[in-house]
Design a protein around this ligand. Structure first.
Ligand SMILES: Cc1cc2nc3c(=O)[nH]c(=O)nc-3n(C[C@H](O)[C@H](O)[C@H](O)COP(=O)(O)OP(=O)(O)OC[C@H]3O[C@@H](n4cnc5c(N)ncnc54)[C@H](O)[C@@H]3O)c2cc1C
Length: 378
């Protein structure tokens, strides 16, 4: 599926993930935050630019490489994989903007200055029920005034730019929702942190409040009537790459626990020599193969430009549930040592929990699957 250049690029990213990201992830799980230098290196490697057209400063790769990069980064740290890909997704929007000012002024911030960006739908009062968002956009001279609060947004702790979804009509009207480019360095924006009980500084979830933020007309990236439908279609890709991240986390856990089982001695032999211990590893390996195959099928459909709604939803639900089932058991298989921050499995347990909420929770996706399967049978 990957051409020669893409396979070469993926090998470089895999090396970077294993030698640079994985050791840093242990520190991030203890509360340290990724440095600016980290993002400079990541941007220089093209991780903010994978799918962007070459004429816009991108690498011009396809979706299959994006999914593979997500898998390999999440094997090291789910949080940083989500962080980098969210900046990438905003850069892709900017690169495809019809407006030259948007492309020339804001895209270099992400590609050259290595700043980060986020996509903000969720609010304190509206998550799954996206049409219920309360952030409002009112027409004013030359543009729009935005007011409202966003929460649980990846990268919001440090992002320079955001794509903000806001209601231009009455609350609850899907066709009234539009998407605006927002400069989070503007004084009309005040940040907040969405803290979690587990340290996931690399995903940098946070929120912000907009008070009379002025967005000129050119910064309306998707007008009312288009934005709601566009986000639903974008979510298909997001579901597949999050599924690929789950495969990456489970693969990493299986490899890690297998290696630990070879080293750790109990009752006169290593852990792997005890049948009762290695059965869990065998079950996880089997489900990992099934999960990988589903992600592969969905990725192929996406890359071919086909309608990937059903497979995308199925791949995400299956991989998240597979991770939720096996990762705690794999963590248990390492005994107390598994909880040490130098090991990735506890981080992956938290990562899988987060993956189950982003880009469509299990329940929303199962509803979607039921609906799509019914319409297919009809
Ligand atoms: C780590 C992380 C990163 C995130 N990043 C972003 C981001 O970058 N941008 C962004 O906009 N948002 C982001 N989110 C928010 C995410 O999209 C929401 O958490 C998600 O949409 C669910 O919304 P909620 O948390 O408000 O849960 P709610 O909508 O309150 O739902 C609570 C629970 O009930 C279930 N539920 C809700 N309605 C029904 C129903 N009708 N039937 C059955 N079950 C139901 C849900 O599945 C969920 O399990 C992130 C969240 C997390 C945890």
């Amino acid at each position: 599926m990957l051409n020669h250049d893409e396979a070469h690029y993926l090998a470089q990213v895999t090396h970077y993930a294993q030698t640079t990201v994985a050791p840093l992830a242990a520190k991030w799980s203890l509360g340290e935050t990724p440095t600016e230098a980290f993002y400079v290196t990541a941007a220089a490697m093209g991780l903010h630019a994978l799918e962007l057209p070459v004429h816009a400063g991108g690498l011009g790769h396809g979706f299959a490489l994006k999914a593979a990069v997500c898998e390999t980064l999440a094997a090291a740290d789910f949080g940083i994989a989500m962080s980098l890909i969210n900046t990438h997704n905003v850069a892709k929007h900017l690169a495809h903007s019809d407006n030259a000012e948007v492309r020339q002024t804001y895209l270099p911030r992400l590609l050259i200055q290595a700043k980060t960006a986020c996509t903000a739908l969720t609010e304190p009062g509206a998550g799954s029920d996206f049409a219920a968002i309360q952030t409002r956009a009112f027409r004013c001279d030359g543009g729009w005034r935005l007011n409202g609060e966003k929460a649980w947004i990846i990268n919001a702790r440090h992002a320079s730019l955001a794509i903000v979804y806001a209601q231009c009509a009455e609350p609850g009207n899907r066709d009234g929702i539009a998407a605006f480019l927002v400069d989070l360095e503007d004084a009309a924006c005040e940040r907040s942190t969405s803290a979690t009980a587990v340290n996931q500084t690399s995903i940098a979830t946070g929120g912000f409040t907009l008070r009379d933020y002025f967005a000129p007309d050119a910064h309306c990236l998707m007008p009312a009537g288009q934005a709601f439908r566009a986000i639903l279609s974008e979510l298909n890709g997001a579901r597949i790459y999050v599924a690929a991240m789950c495969v990456g986390m489970l693969d990493s856990a299986v490899a890690h626990v297998h290696a630990y089982g070879q080293r750790r001695q109990t009752f006169g032999g290593n852990l792997l020599s005890h049948q009762a211990w290695r059965l869990e590893l065998a079950k996880a390996t089997t489900d990992l193969a099934a999960a990988r195959s589903l992600v592969h099928q969905a990725t192929q459909q996406m890359d071919a430009g086909e309608d990937a709604q059903l497979l995308a939803a199925q791949a995400k639900v299956f991989t998240v549930q597979t991770c939720r089932h096996h990762l705690p058991k794999l963590l248990h298989a390492m005994g107390a040592e598994g909880l040490a921050p130098t090991h990735p499995v506890a981080r992956h347990v938290a990562g899988a929990q987060m993956a189950g909420l982003t880009d469509g929770s299990d329940e929303m996706l199962l509803e979607r699957i039921a609906h799509l399967s019914r319409s297919r049978d009809a």
